[in-house]
Design a protein around this ligand. Structure first.
Ligand code: UT7
Length: 390
């Protein structure tokens, strides 16, 4: 983890990791509190007053974690001059991957045509995106890579226990992404603090069919074991305790103070948690980005989605210091301090030639994917033509 005493002295090699692209994607379908009240014993008033959530997006069959992540990634790339072949590393932070392996990141790498990239999934629950940004920034600053794509993508609705009113009212689906690139100008990701406390291992989790614990308990027969669980009030207390502390530590590492900060983008878990964090730091609620009324808690996707909307709303400008703070299962928590260095999308010229090249690349990959699917279908009837792909 980064240990930098001053933002000026951030990179020994004078390489800085800047966020140069950002994107998001949420499912089309909206589930309101009123819709929920028709399924479980709850009310719109209870949900709004206890969480601040009004509605959330729910993925359909087509909108998988990888597909949501892919669209967010394409949007993030579209505001840069970067071609998929120039990406060196793809990290997908998720608790709802397509599979335990192969990684969702590898699938997105393939669909983007990012043929020179390494790819892996990162499991740190709702803190995963902040962990991913730090990992990518470290690799860039070390000089080992130039360009990274970090995605937070989730389809939490697939793992909800829809009879548990303490959890199912909170979560939603979506994806957000950022592109990070090496530059010699100062700024970008300045410092991060990552933490974990496995003593809270049992407070929040998702046992899985592929997981060793479930197998050991013969849980393969118990569908309830494969749903998300959460000890809500314990997690609430943990979150309100660590947010302020973590932000202060990261700011100290970056060599700046709370007064320098333009916007804090917290994990969107509960409006009351955000308000408690603001109170603990003696800050106004306005300094915290909040969009959970529309999306609920999208786990690892919540911070990049909120970042995208904050940029859209022009709440972040060139030179601003911003902070991401994530917390969740593990228990894990993490903060990162960033100096924003890229103008608003409308203010910068989009490179049309690169955009055309990217689109041509995506079309080629789509053709290849369709061809493979066709080959598999034909192979079922004519086995001698079957491609020996796993
Ligand atoms: O992303 C990872 C991080 N996650 C979080 O940070 C989530 C943290 N936790 C929370 O946001 C809150 O704990 C919840 C929103 C989950 C619950 O709010 P709470 O104020 O802590 O409520 P509670 O669990 O203490 O329950 C209070 C009452 C209970 O009834 P009784 O026992 O007092 O009669 C619950 O049964 O509220 C009841 N309740 C509900 N009532 C209506 C719980 N869920 C509901 C519901 N609708 N959906």
């Amino acid at each position: 983890m980064a240990r930098n005493k001053k933002r000026e002295g951030r990179s020994q090699s004078n390489i800085y990791a800047h966020i140069v692209g950002w994107g998001m994607r949420v499912p089309r379908s909206i589930l309101t509190n009123k819709d929920l009240a028709a399924i479980i014993e709850t009310t719109d008033a209870w949900i709004q007053s206890r969480t601040g959530i009004k509605e959330r997006r729910i993925a359909d069959e087509e909108e998988t974690t990888a597909r949501l992540g892919l669209f967010a990634a394409k949007q993030a790339l579209a505001i840069t001059d970067i071609l998929p072949q120039e990406i060196d590393l793809i990290i997908v932070a998720t608790s709802t991957p397509e599979n335990i392996f192969p990684s969702t990141a590898s699938l997105i790498q393939h669909w983007l045509g990012a043929n020179n990239a390494g790819a892996f999934d990162l499991s740190a629950a709702c803190s995963g995106f902040v962990y991913g940004v730090d990992m990518a920034a470290q690799a860039i600053r070390s000089g080992s890579i130039q360009t990274a794509l970090v995605i937070g993508a989730e389809t939490m609705s697939r793992v909800m226990d829809w009879q548990d009113r303490g959890t199912c009212i909170l979560f939603g689906d979506g994806a957000g992404a950022v592109v990070l690139q090496a530059r010699t100008t100062q700024g970008g990701v300045l410092a991060s603090v990552l933490r974990s406390d496995g003593a809270g291992y049992d407070l929040l989790g998702l046992p899985t069919y592929g997981g060793i614990e479930v197998r050991a308990q013969d849980g393969l027969k118990d569908p309830k074991l494969h749903k998300m669980y959460m000890a809500g009030s314990e997690v609430f207390k943990f979150a309100t305790r660590v947010i302020g502390e973590s932000i202060k530590q990261a700011l100290k590492e970056a060599g700046i103070t709370l007064k320098d900060v333009k916007l804090i983008i917290p994990h969107q878990a509960n409006e009351r948690i955000i308000q408690a964090a603001a109170r603990s730091l003696n800050l106004s609620d306005d300094l915290f980005m909040s969009n959970l009324s529309h999306y609920g808690n999208t786990s690892a996707a919540s911070i990049p989605i909120a970042l995208y909307e904050a940029v859209e709303q022009r709440r972040i400008n060139v030179g601003d210091y911003i902070v991401f703070v994530g917390f969740g299962g593990g228990l894990t928590w993490a903060s990162t301090v960033i100096q924003w260095t890229v103008p608003q999308p409308g203010d910068q010229e989009v490179n049309r030639r690169q955009e055309r090249k990217r689109r041509a690349g995506y079309a080629l990959v789509n053709l290849r994917v369709m061809f493979k699917q066709l080959q598999r279908r034909i192979g079922r009837f004519l086995p001698f033509l079957s491609h020996k792909d796993p």
